[in-house]
Design a protein around this ligand. Structure first.
Ligand code: GCO
Length: 487
C-alpha cells in the first residue's frame, strides 16, 4: 500500500481501488474498520431551492479545450513538452485538437447561453500572453481572451478567469519552474498584464488552479508536467505557487480591475477507517488540505504537513522553511474575496499515514465518490477558518468509458446528490455562493489524454461535433428552477 493514494497518484500506479482489499491491507488484526461516512442524511422529498442570486456555472481550462497550440504566437508550455515525451500521455495525445475551442469559442458560448449558466470559468493560457513567460506581450493572445470575455458579457454570463491552470511557459520551466522563487514574480507580472487587459469587466479571478495537484502530481509523483519526482521540488512548488497567488492579489488590489479574486483549491475530507487511525487522518489532512488552507486563510504553514513522517510531504522540512522569507506569509494571506473549493471525492486514512480507498471510485481511480463529503468539507472550512465566501468551482465525474456518449445518468445522479449536499451546507450556515460543474465540454484529461470524458456536452474529437448529454438537460432544469429535485 503506497504512502499516498491521493488524487491521480493511482493513475501513475495503475492501482484498482478495491475497498475490501485496501481495508484488509491497512487494518491491523483485531481492529474492526469503521464504516467511515457522515451521519446518515435523507434529502427532503420536495425540491431544495437555492438562495436567490445563487450562481450556477461550468468550468474548463485552456490547455484542455483550446487546441491551436502553435497558432497566433502561442509559445510552448510544460504540457506541450510533457505530451511530446513518449509514454507520458495515454495514446500519445497532445493539446491538439483539444476541443478546438480557440476556433469554436463563439458557438460554445451560445451553448453556454442555452444552458443558462450565470458564470463560466475558463483559464488564460500564459504562453499565449507571454510566449516565454516574461517580457513582450503577444497582442493576439490578449485579443482572443478579450473576444471571449466580451462574448460572455454579451450573453449575460459572468467571466470566471483562471490565471494559471498548469500550462507554465516552457521557458520559465527551463529557468527553474515553480521550484524557483523567480517564477512567482513572473506570475505576478503576467497577472498584472491580464488585470490591465480585462480588468474593466466585472469578473471573478482565480489566481492558481489546484496548486496541490500541480505541485504533487507534477513535481513529486511525476504523472503530470513537468514530470519531476522530487518531494523537495514539490514542496518548493507549493510555496512559490502560493506566493504567486499572494503577489497577484496584491497587484489586483493595486490595479483598477473590478470584480473579485481568490485561489482555487482541490480539497478532500479525510476519514479514518477506524478511530485508532485518527492520527493518520490528521497527517493526511495536513498534506491534502491544511498545507494550502492555513497559509492562505491563516497566514501560517501547518507544522505537520511536510516532513519524514509517513503521510506527510516527504520533503526536507528545514529546506522548506528556508524558502519562506520574511513577509511571504503576509503576502500569501493577503485577503481574498472568496475561497474557490474544488470537490471530487473523499479519502480514507489507514495504518501509519496510509491513504486508503474507502468509497466507490468512478472510472477515474483516484476519485472516491462521496457526496456527503462535500457537506463535511464545506462545514469544516466554515468552522475552522475565518469567515469567507465560498464558491465550488469544480465538481464532476467522468463517463465510464472513452466512447462518445450522451446517456450519462451517472453524472445526473452525481450532480443531484452533490447539489443536495451543497444546499444542506447552506442550511448549516455555510456562506456558499456558487457551484460550477466540471466540465462544460469533453476535453483533454491530462495524462489520460482524450480517454476520460468529463463534459456535460459530448465532443467527437474527430469531427468536433458537440452533443449535449442528459446531464446538460438536467442541469438546465436545475438552473431554470434554481432548485434540485429528489431522484
Ligand atoms: C483541475 C482539474 C481539471 C481536471 C478535472 C478532472 O485541476 O482543475 O484537474 O483540470 O480535468 O479535475 O480530473
Amino acid at each position: 500500500m503506497t504512502a499516498s493514494l491521493s488524487r491521480r497518484h493511482l493513475i501513475g500506479l495503475g492501482l484498482a481501488a478495491t475497498t475490501t482489499a485496501a481495508l484488509a491491507a491497512c487494518t491491523p488484526a483485531g481492529v474492526t474498520p469503521m464504516p467511515t461516512t457522515s451521519a446518515a442524511w435523507i434529502p427532503p422529498t420536495d425540491p431544495m431551492r437555492f438562495p436567490t442570486g445563487y450562481t450556477w456555472g461550468a468550468a474548463t481550462s485552456a490547455f484542455q479545450i483550446e487546441g491551436s497550440t502553435t497558432v497566433d504566437g502561442r509559445g510552448p508550455s510544460v504540457w506541450d513538452t510533457f505530451c511530446a515525451e513518449p509514454g507520458r500521455v495515454r495514446g500519445g495525445a497532445t493539446g491538439d485538437p483539444g476541443a478546438d475551442h480557440y476556433v469554436r469559442w463563439e458557438s460554445d458560448l451560445d451553448l453556454m447561453a442555452e444552458l443558462g449558466i450565470g458564470a463560466y470559468r475558463f483559464s488564460v493560457a500564459w504562453p499565449r500572453i507571454q510566449p516565454t513567460g516574461s517580457g513582450a506581450v503577444n497582442q493576439k493572445g490578449i485579443d482572443f481572451y478579450r473576444r471571449l470575455v466580451d462574448g460572455l458579457v454579451d450573453r449575460g454570463i459572468r467571466p470566471g478567469i483562471t490565471l494559471f491552470h498548469w500550462d507554465l511557459p516552457q521557458a520559465l520551466q527551463d529557468a527553474g519552474g515553480w521550484p524557483s522563487r523567480d517564477t512567482a514574480y513572473r506570475f505576478a507580472d503576467y497577472a498584472a498584464i491580464m488585470f490591465d487587459a480585462l480588468g474593466d469587466v466585472a469578473a471573478d479571478w482565480f489566481t492558481i488552479n489546484e496548486p496541490k495537484t500541480h505541485a504533487f502530481v507534477g513535481h513529486w509523483y511525476g504523472g503530470h508536467a513537468p514530470g519531476l519526482t522530487s518531494p523537495d521540488a514539490a514542496a518548493a512548488a507549493v510555496h512559490h505557487q502560493l506566493l504567486g497567488h499572494g503577489l497577484a492579489v496584491e497587484r489586483f488590489r493595486a490595479s483598477s480591475a473590478v470584480g473579485r479574486i481568490g485561489i482555487a483549491l482541490n480539497l478532500a475530507p479525510i476519514y479514518p477507517i477506524s478511530e485508532v487511525f485518527a492520527d493518520s487522518a490528521k497527517r493526511i489532512d495536513g498534506r491534502e488540505n491544511r498545507l494550502f488552507l492555513d497559509p492562505v486563510l491563516l497566514g501560517r504553514y501547518p507544522t505537520d504537513a511536510v516532513g519524514n513522517l509517513r503521510g506527510l510531504v516527504p520533503a526536507n522540512r528545514a529546506a522548506f522553511d528556508a524558502l519562506v522569507l520574511d513577509g511571504d506569509l503576509a503576502t500569501i494571506s493577503s485577503p481574498s474575496d472568496f475561497l474557490a473549493v474544488q470537490y471530487y471525492g473523499a479519502e480514507g486514512a489507514g495504518f501509519d499515514g496510509a491513504s486508503v480507498p474507502v468509497f466507490p471510485t468512478s472510472s477515474a481511480p483516484w476519485q472516491q465518490v462521496h457526496p456527503e463529503g462535500l457537506f463535511d468539507l464545506l462545514t469544516r472550512i466554515a468552522a475552522d477558518y475565518p469567515a469567507i465566501p465560498l464558491v465550488i468551482t469544480e465538481n464532476g465525474m467522468p463517463d465510464p468509458t472513452s466512447a462518445v456518449t450522451v446517456d450519462d445518468d451517472h453524472r445526473v445522479e452525481f450532480f443531484r446528490t452533490h447539489f443536495q449536499q451543497a444546499r444542506r451546507a447552506i442550511d448549516a450556515g455555510v456562506p456558499l455562493e456558487a457551484h460550477y460543474v466540471w466540465s462544460m465540454l469533453d476535453n483533454f484529461e491530462w495524462a489520460e489524454g482524450y480517454e476520460q470524458r468529463w463534459g456535460i456536452v459530448a465532443v467527437d474529437f474527430d469531427t468536433q461535433e458537440r452533443t449535449p448529454k442528459k446531464s446538460f438537460a438536467f442541469y438546465q432544469g436545475v438552473i431554470g428552477d434554481n432548485a434540485v429535485a429528489p431522484a
